[in-house]
Design a protein around this ligand. Sequence first.
Ligand code: NAI
Length: 340
Amino acid sequence: SLESAVRRGDASASSCRRFSSDSTPERKVAILGAAGGIGQPLALLMKLNPLVSSLALYDIAGTPGVAADVSHINTRAEVAGYAGDEQLGKALEGSDVVIIPAGVPRKPGMTRDDLFNINAGIVKSLCTAISKYCPNAVVNMISNPVNSTVPIASEVFKKAGTYNERRLFGVTTLDVVRAKTFYAGKAKVPVAGVNVPVVGGHAGITILPLFSQATPASNDLSDEDIKALTKRTQDGGTEVVEAKAGKGSATLSMAYAGAIFADACLKGLNGVPDVVECSFVQSSITELPFFASKVRLGKNGVEEVLGLGPLSDFEKEGLEKLKPELKASIEKGIKFAQEN
Ligand code: NAI
């Protein structure tokens, strides 16, 4: 019956056939940590994305409820919830994109690196499962510290013999989202048209927004303004952690940023040309093995890691300053994966 079809989330059985079934390929997206502060709104946003045909929501607990709730939304994606280790394989099987916001968030006074011990283990076990159940999936790593969790993932995949550097991404989109918002406010330009590349890594001073390349360009911003914008972008996460006063870190803006980045990955996989986003990926544009910069996305994941472009003196200085910290975080991740 129609009712049972709808209960199954089978929109194509309704009188109005799903609009995109002919032109848009089937794409399965899995969210690991889907019952969390980021996971839930991210599940909502991915359910709204017409490029998604199947949405798997996995967490250690709580996902049946989130999945039942989100599944009632009358959009294309069929939603299923999976809870606990024994269901992880089923959640991952056939996934084109796996988004990982699993782990613990920061509390006031904590750095992203303070999360290392707990989240490193979680990321390692989830990536081990990915290499087993969907080794070709594009992985979007949100769990912090991204500067270390991405290298951990790469080592896990290397050990399993499934590593493909074009398919592993650290999600730094929230830094870009923040840079755009703060720049638009200061430069008094409409935010919708603003672009700001953010390079480096995803923690404190390793986050380097390139306001000299911001568009539309603004002649009204002083060096002091740029310094303040840079600092606010770097400390954006801490601003939220402090405002939430012990109740976690950015979840809603992060879910938005995660949804934007996953959408870009899906567009790339579907062959949409000229999809460019900043992301923390394996890179040779500096001497560091991983680095965030503009990346062109395509059918294979990373099609091209784009260079940094011309930097201001202030940005050049920031780039040199961030390298030792980023290098140490990368090495910490690699060491963890090799020793555990
Ligand atoms: P949360 O605590 O609200 O949710 C995390 C979820 O992960 C929980 O539902 C928990 O049950 C689940 N989880 C724990 N172990 C798991 C496992 N082994 N498998 C599957 N799920 C598991 O935390 P929130 O606020 O959603 O943050 C999640 C992560 O995202 C944190 O590491 C946080 O630091 C990071 N984050 C990253 C940002 C970025 O820009 N990349 C921005 C904000 C947060």
